[in-house]
Design a protein around this ligand. Sequence first.
Ligand SMILES: Cc1ncc(C[n+]2csc(CCOP(=O)(O)OP(=O)(O)O)c2C)c(N)n1
Ligand SMILES: [Mg+2]
Length: 466
Amino acid sequence: MPAKPSPSKPSRSKTSRSRRPSSGHARPAAKGADRAKTAPVKRPTPPADPGTPNAGPGARGAAKTARTVQREAAFGGKTKVKTGRHPRAGAGAAAEPAAARVPPHPPETPLFQVICPDGSVADPDALAEVGPDLLVRLYRAMWRSRELDKRMTALQRQGRIGFYGTSTGEEAAVFGSAAAFEERDWIFPALRQGGVAIWRGYDLVQYVSQCIGNDVDVLRGRQMPCHYAERDINQVSWSSVIASQLPQAVGAAVAARYRKDDVVVAGYLGDGATSEPDFHVAVNFAGVYRAPCVFICHNNQWAISVPFSAQTASAGVAVKAKAYGIPGVRVDGNDVVAVYLACREAVARARRGEGPTLIEALTYRLLGHTTADDPDRYRDEGEAKAWAELEPLSRTRALLEETGLWDESREHALAAVVKSEIDRAVAQAEGAGPPAEDTLFDDVYAELPPALQEQRDELRAERRGR
Ligand SMILES: Cc1ncc(C[n+]2csc(CCOP(=O)(O)OP(=O)(O)O)c2C)c(N)n1
Ligand SMILES: [Mg+2]
């Protein structure tokens, strides 16, 4: 049974301060110096007492003003937002959910965190860097993604799509990272980054069509579901072969640098991918060639039925960066602000020509690996319940409500909009026919080789004869 998180009782351990990821991002002191060697940037310690941020009881009339003041303060640097600390931060294995499986945060890669699971703020200065508009946008995007997961899962259960892999519980890692990249950057995703495509402007009709594999799908049904790709948004298709996207991402990053293109490349991976040779090849190569690349690992604790503890003897993923001479950052992957800031800094660093960063977003896969999986067969129910208390949407909503940026009526309005968007996307995608047979021969060769021309002609003749 995992240790139960206790959001209401933050630990006061000295090591429990969240630290900005910049601690791993110092410029190299001299050519050839150990690039991972850094001078940690200390953040101010939050008040020990979480305090009461709002106007007190009975101050109803003044509440709006108080909230407005508080919001301005929260996003303007001088926060009055309730501050607290993550129950896991620095308290070591004992305070960690799924403590039996997740090792404590290693001293080289302390957990960076801004929003605690109860919505209180661990790092007010960091929060001030984000601003209310982006935070609301991120919340809306995460909320929509959660709904989309529910609908796509239902479609699979009804036999309308073949399979689906959710990002439920991992939305902060998806959208926090997505928001850190520019339009001109390139994304090499893994299984759970469909939301990154959506953030970059991928249409929901495309999203559903890709899972169906219809004529509207730009990939024309040649990929498994959840392998979203779109040229217009610079997102490349995953290939299903775990970690194979990482050397590709590094190659694209190095190529961009040769071409003097000012782009940064995202290479996403799961914790399971860290056991693949391709991961080590990619990170090593990126380190040596200072590729403008950011590796973002969703450490969701499981690779199908293999727990993280069986994946590696390292205390986490971020610490592995040290072996490759690049910064490694361990971030609360259920904290959308922390993920965003860590990624933003890594992106800026890569764009300045200072090389790659490995970011470990500590999160949890709340549902099965895909719709073809039943996690109850191999994992403890209590573990999932403990992690569910740390999931990203409720803490973001709590913070937004606390600062007057969100309420029940906004949530209802969002629910209505999202429902109609998804209804429309499903209807349009299901209204499209299958891809034309001829498209089987498209998109691989600029000029079709003779053997394939022959096969295509045979198919056409057969079709004429039907
Ligand atoms: C090279 C390779 N080995 C095994 C598989 C089968 N497989 C598909 S997903 C997966 C687990 C991936 O786990 P992780 O990297 O943690 O990503 P997550 O699904 O948790 O997001 C495995 C082993 C594969 N697709 N490719
Ligand atoms: Mg995993």
